[in-house]
Design a protein around this ligand. Structure first.
Ligand SMILES: Cc1cc2nc3c(=O)[nH]c(=O)nc-3n(C[C@H](O)[C@H](O)[C@H](O)COP(=O)(O)OP(=O)(O)OC[C@H]3O[C@@H](n4cnc5c(N)ncnc54)[C@H](O)[C@@H]3O)c2cc1C
Ligand code: FES
Ligand code: FES
Length: 478
């Protein structure tokens, strides 16, 4: 059955909106229609966290609480979820939530504009974890900017939550909310509002039907790139097919020395999984946008966007990843090296979507990845580099090197690879290879970095890789 409405849980009740405007952001809906103005608008592009709200979603028969940027999330994406706003944290008897109390006690607010966003990020942390170390706290607020208080009092407030074991109204109502969420999710949604259409199929068969009937639609996944067309570029998107709620596209599988990641799997989920196989992949993802961005954004979206500075792309290139493309029932597997055509252009055909990404596990190789950006958190790379080397007896048997930010597309460094293949693991070989990067790349020159800076950084990252691996314990002796 297909519904022409969305349903979500708010304040312990199920709410229904018939044919909402698919281009309206949750932030506008909350502030203008629900008249809840605690949630603030700062940048309107996912970068400041003032608009942070929390969505409750079912995972493994439990509710997980995800902080998201409401300024770049579209209203229909509320379907099947629990909406939690800063106003909702106050208990019935008007007492404040533990997180709010802590922010007051530790002077975590001055002008207060950023405060609701910080409170919601800390609320999600409080609900999802039972203890909060410095790393967890910094990660949780990496997508929230404060221009007057500074971060130390906010971090102190977060640390103090370790000593509080207070159940809240969300614990008390969890069973009821879980039952509501079970009732309202998994409905296929088809919305029409004036000239705008939005579809959210819940399985691939329904997706195929929707694509056939609406061939000119654009796919929406986490929306962390696409929705900026609406909020930043002020454009309308008339026909949207959301693939983000399709269960068959939300998976991570390990099989035959490969990892396969479904297209709708969030970066956050993948970040946890990949740590065991490629710790450097995990480190790059930890610096990818913010928790809010990684809670919804996907690798498939990063690939389809084909940005020259997409963070996962050089990593996937050096790992020889393959992309599973699907058009109707036909699946095609394409090496990622063949996917990017020119600036933000890919081999994706009309009606074709990324089903999954296959990443080989190189158990005996050394994998390194580095991200250089102006800020540690919440910033996109100027240069991102990735190295995958097989070294036996101090000889480089195979090497795959890829860079982002060095050309109009993310690219392998073929000339540099040629110099290093079968050469000794020595400073001399790497110095020669550094020179060859000039044959591989003519870097882009933009607001993030000049082309000369990028080339210098790219060379230095190659040398950094050598210095770090020259005594690496994974270097096999036979
Ligand atoms: C504040 C902020 C910080 C960011 N930080 C980073 C960063 O540090 N590093 C980085 O690399 N990027 C960053 N980004 C960019 C963005 O988050 C990524 O590109 C993200 O991976 C996009 O994924 P998504 O699921 O949100 O894609 P969406 O926005 O939903 O879609 C993006 C594009 O891909 C297409 N698409 C999505 N999924 C599929 C599919 N399965 N098949 C076919 N087409 C598809 C859509 O049609 C659309 O054209 C940031 C963005 C913001 C707003
Ligand atoms: S308003 Fe800045 S992140 Fe949403
Ligand atoms: S308290 Fe003013 S911006 Fe944070």
């Amino acid at each position: 059955m297909t519904s022409n409405n969305i349903k979500f849980v708010w304040k312990n009740k199920i709410y229904l909106i018939n044919n909402p405007n698919p281009n309206e952001t949750i932030l506008d809906y909350v502030r203008l229609k629900l008249k809840k103005t605690g949630t603030k608008e700062g940048c309107a592009e996912g970068g400041c966290g003032a608009c942070t709200i929390v969505l409750g979603e079912i995972e493994n028969n439990k509710i997980v609480y995800k902080a998201i940027n409401s300024c770049i999330s579209l209203v229909p994406s509320l379907d099947g979820k629990q909406l939690i706003l800063v106003e909702d944290l106050v208990e019935k008897d008007r007492s404040l939530h533990a997180v709010q109390d802590a922010m007051i006690k530790y002077h975590g607010s001055q002008c207060g504009f950023c405060t609701p966003g910080f409170v919601m990020s800390l609320f999600a942390m409080y609900k999802n974890f039972s203890s909060y170390n410095k790393e967890k706290i910094q990660d949780s607020i990496s997508g929230n900017l404060c221009r007057c208080t500074g971060y130390r009092p906010i971090i102190d407030a977060a640390k103090s939550l370790n000593n509080i074991n207070r159940s809240d109204q969300f614990d008390k109502n969890e069973k009821k909310i879980l039952n509501f969420l079970k009732k309202i999710r998994l409905r296929n949604v088809s919305l029409k509002n004036k000239n705008k259409k939005y579809f959210s199929p819940k399985n691939i068969n329904e997706l195929k039907k929707v694509i056939k009937e609406n061939p000119n639609s654009i796919f929406l996944n986490g929306g962390t790139d696409l929705s900026l067309n609406i909020t930043k570029e002020r454009k309308d998107i008339n026909n949207i097919i959301s693939i983000n709620s399709i269960k068959e596209l939300k998976f991570i599988k390990e099989k035959n020395n490969t990892i396969e990641v479904g297209a709708a799997t969030s970066l956050g989920e993948f970040e946890l999984f990949i740590k065991k196989y490629y710790p450097d992949f995990n480190s790059i993802l930890k610096r990818y946008g913010s928790v809010q961005i990684r809670n919804v954004g996907t690798i498939a979206g990063n690939i389809a966007t084909a940005s020259p500075i997409g963070d996962t792309l050089p990593l996937l290139l050096s790992l020889d990843a393959k992309i599973v493309l699907q058009k109707m029932s036909k699946k095609t597997i394409l090496p990622i090296t063949k996917f990017f055509v020119s600036y933000r252009k890919t081999r994706l055909k009309k009606g074709q979507f990324i089903h999954s990404i296959i990443i080989p596990i190189f158990k005996k190789n050394i994998f390194k990845a580095y991200k250089i950006s102006k800020r540690v958190d919440d910033d996109i790379s100027s240069v991102c580099a990735s190295f995958n080397l097989k070294i036996i007896n101090k000889k480089i048997k195979s090497v795959k090197i890829a860079y982002g930010g060095m050309a109009l597309i993310p690219k392998r460094a073929i000339n540099c690879e040629k110099i290093l293949t079968n050469s000794s693991l020595s400073e001399e070989s790497f110095k020669k290879a550094m020179k060859n990067l000039e044959k591989d790349f003519r870097p882009i020159d933009d607001v993030r970095a000049s082309k000369d800076y990028r080339m210098e950084v790219a060379k230095n990252l190659l040398m950094k890789c050598f210095i770090e691996i020259k005594n690496h314990k994974l270097i096999r002796l036979n």
